[in-house]
Design a protein around this ligand. Structure first.
Ligand code: NAD
Length: 434
């Protein structure tokens, strides 16, 4: 199939490269000239394990190319995939400006018979809106398909190549079948729905996962008060097949470019039809509160006086194996620390450049290594569970710190890791280790 993918972010780039890997001819388009020149020169503008190699392989095979010329790419395409961002507006609603702009541009070059698929996460009715926008600019017949994306950053290639399911929403059975055929090599769990159900299903999935995270975080908070261990509670819950073990890791809450934005957007979608989504509002509220757990623990340790203390932060990305810092809990935690006069020494294996652009430099020393960040610190806060941190030598760590205080916001360390150290250790929902 000849495919044009509009937007080379985490979703568009991974999908485009994976479709090429399946033997399709793919052209990935972005309006950001820096991204396109990086890609044309063999680089990858995001951090995603394995992606650079997979891109190089498919470029060399002649199946994959990159351009900033959207119309040239669309002109040859049988399938045009829109994978541009849908960031939140201040109200929480999804901003559809990039979707609309892409639709209007696509319309100028869309060949007759093409399929236009929206992979971006979009509010209910957006595929119809895209269809109508394109129709207002061209007489060429085409079909609309909603193709929601479920990949996770950090394991995006595997998620794309071995998806749990592929959902295809369409008004046209023929178009849906063509798109299904494209995905047949990946899975036999292909579900064809109407446009609106596909759109809502994506938000509903993220709302469910966010709910699971907020639920276990509240259970962790209760564990701290009643003397239970959330890891044991979660393990026991997870054995129940109706519950399952995934997304039951207590911590400082979810972040990233999807859960925070999609939960808020779904509250707005419900609000537009005069439905008050009370449960999801609480999920969002619990999540926002949870990151301050780290601050509260620091305040307890230092008797409420944080000013002048040096605090090391390990982990800035919203989760490991990505350089994405959008809505990372570290942003708000560090903002608070800096605001109350803490000297912050921060380290992340890959996300520091993105974090610096989002956060600025005030009050922070950016470090090149985990031990360097910890050097001379009164306390260390682990905010992202990078594998590198789990393997840290805690005796060595203790020796470089001013005081051996460790706040593990992701429950990375176990009792045996701490044995033989003098660490005053706080984690989330595991009071027996504190
Ligand atoms: P992103 O911000 O990383 O990338 C979007 C890209 O689109 C940018 O490179 C931007 O320059 C480009 N773009 C915008 N308008 C354009 C235009 N008119 N022409 C060409 N390029 C254009 O976004 P992302 O994280 O890849 O997310 C894209 C969508 O997929 C969002 O709706 C998001 O909610 C959804 N999604 C994201 C993930 C994820 O893990 N990141 C997972 C599932 C779904």
């Amino acid at each position: 199939m000849n495919i044009a993918v509009i937007g080379t972010g985490y979703v568009g780039l991974v999908s485009g490269i994976c479709y090429a890997e399946l033997g399709n001819t793919v052209i990935c388009v972005d309006k950001d000239p820096f991204k396109i020149s990086t890609l044309q020169n063999g680089g990858i503008p995001i951090y995603e394990p394995g992606l650079e190699e997979l891109s190089a392989k498919n470029v060399a095979a002649g199946r994959l190319s990159y351009t900033s010329d959207l119309q040239a790419a669309v002109r040859e395409a049988e399938l045009v995939i829109i994978a541009v961002g849908t960031p939140p507006l201040p109200s929480g609603e999804a901003d559809l400006a990039y979707i609309d702009a892409a639709a209007l541009e696509i319309a100028e070059a869309l060949p007759a018979g093409a399929i236009v698929a929206v992979k971006s996460t979009v509010p209910v009715g957006t595929n119809e809106r895209v269809r109508d926008l394109i129709r207002s600019r061209t007489d060429a017949p085409f079909s609309s398909v909603s193709l929601p994306e479920f990949l996770r950053e950090g394991s995006a290639i595997r998620d794309t190549m071995e998806p749990d399911r592929v959902v295809i929403g369409s008004e046209s059975r023929e178009a849906a079948e063509k798109v299904a055929e494209l995905h047949r090599p990946l899975t036999d769990k292909i579900m064809i729905t109407d446009l609106r159900s596909a759109e809502l299903l994506k938000y509903a999935s993220n709302a469910f996962l966010a709910t699971k995270i907020s639920l276990i975080n509240e259970i962790a908070n209760i564990c701290e008060k009643v003397g239970a261990d959330v890891t044991q509670v979660a393990e026991g819950m997870g054995f129940d097949r109706r519950i399952g073990p995934a997304f039951l890791q207590a911590g400082i809450g979810y972040g990233g470019s999807c859960f925070p934005k999609d939960t808020r957007a779904l509250i707005q979608i419900a609000g537009h039809v005069e439905y008050d989504f009370k449960l999801l509002r609480s999920v969002v509220e619990v999540n926002r509160e949870q990151r301050f757990n780290v601050i509260r623990k620091l305040e307890t340790i230092f008797g409420g006086e944080l000013r002048g203390k040096t605090v090391a932060v390990w982990g800035l990305s919203f989760k490991p194996n990505t350089d994405d810092v959008r809505e990372s809990p570290a942003l708000e935690i560090m903002r608070h620390l800096v605001d109350v006069g803490v000297h912050v020494r921060a380290y992340d294996p890959v996300a520091t450049p993105n974090f610096r652009s989002a956060f600025g430099d005030k009050g922070v020393v950016w470090c090149e290594g985990a031990l360097e960040a910890a050097a001379g610190a009164d306390a260390l806060c682990l905010l992202t569970e990078w594998e590198e941190f789990a393997g840290a030598d805690l005796r060595q760590l203790q020796s470089v710190m001013s005081r051996p205080i460790l706040i593990d916001g992701r429950n990375v360390f176990r009792e045996e890791d701490l044995a033989g150290t003098a660490f005053i250790y706080y984690s989330i929902g595991r009071p027996s280790l504190n």
